[in-house]
Design a protein around this ligand. Structure first.
Ligand code: CA
Ligand code: CA
Length: 212
């Protein structure tokens, strides 16, 4: 009776990966699926796997395993959610962020570049933006349009830095400054020419110049 050890030496007298007569066994040709997710390279007495992109060789050198890109690089998909997939990964960006393929991160969208605020100043924030209104106006329900709400004293002239002749009682700043007013409010502030509307017109609501 022969032992397993004797049988092995009988069949494999030239050692592992070789035929009994000492020729190399081409494992790659024998089993086309020997290296899943990689390419097989035949070596004398053995073989190795060269892994596809997104895979790395394991400690045996004979199996390609998925690279967990999310665990490897914690900055990957920054500001978003990284999900490991076989051979790759995906980034999911939250609302207000956009995926930048060159940096592989989620970047805040600067909504202010498209000038969404009417009669107000746009401030970009992480994931969103806010419109800030002047003290005499407040945001409407859309949160993008500043509408004048505060009425104040309208002054007809400024003499030696002092506002004089109160006209028409309390008015909106734009109504005052687009008509007879030279200054508005208490303390009074000199009127500035509206950059969009001509004299006699003002923008109380949005971008439309309305006649006074
Ligand atoms: Ca992966
Ligand atoms: Ca933003």
């Amino acid at each position: 009776m022969t032992s397993d050890r004797d049988e092995y030496h009988g069949l494999c007298s030239s050692g592992p990966g070789m035929t009994a007569i000492g020729a190399d066994i081409n494992e790659c040709a024998l089993d086309p699926d020997i290296c899943p997710n990689g390419q097989c390279e035949n070596l004398r007495g053995t073989y190795k796997c060269i892994c596809n992109a997104g895979y790395e060789i394991d400690t045996t050198g004979k199996a390609c395993i998925d690279i967990d890109e999310c665990a490897l690089n914690t900055l990957l998909c920054d500001n978003g959610q990284c999900r490991n997939t076989p051979g790759s990964f995906t980034c999911t960006c939250p609302k207000g962020f956009v995926f930048k393929p060159d940096l592989q991160t989620c970047e805040d969208i600067d909504e202010c570049e498209s000038s969404p605020c009417v009669n107000g100043v746009c401030k970009n924030t992480a994931g969103s933006f806010v419109c800030e209104c002047s003290p005499e106006s407040s945001l409407d329900a859309t949160k993008t349009i500043c509408i004048e709400t505060v009425k104040g004293t309208c002054w007809k002239t400024i003499v030696n830095g002092r506002c004089e002749i109160n006209i028409n009682g309390a008015t909106l700043k734009s109504q005052c400054c687009s008509s007879l007013g030279a200054a508005w409010g208490s303390p009074c502030v000199p009127c500035e020419r509206d950059p969009i509307c001509s004299k006699g017109y003002s923008r109380i609501r949005g971008t439309v110049c309305e006649g006074m």
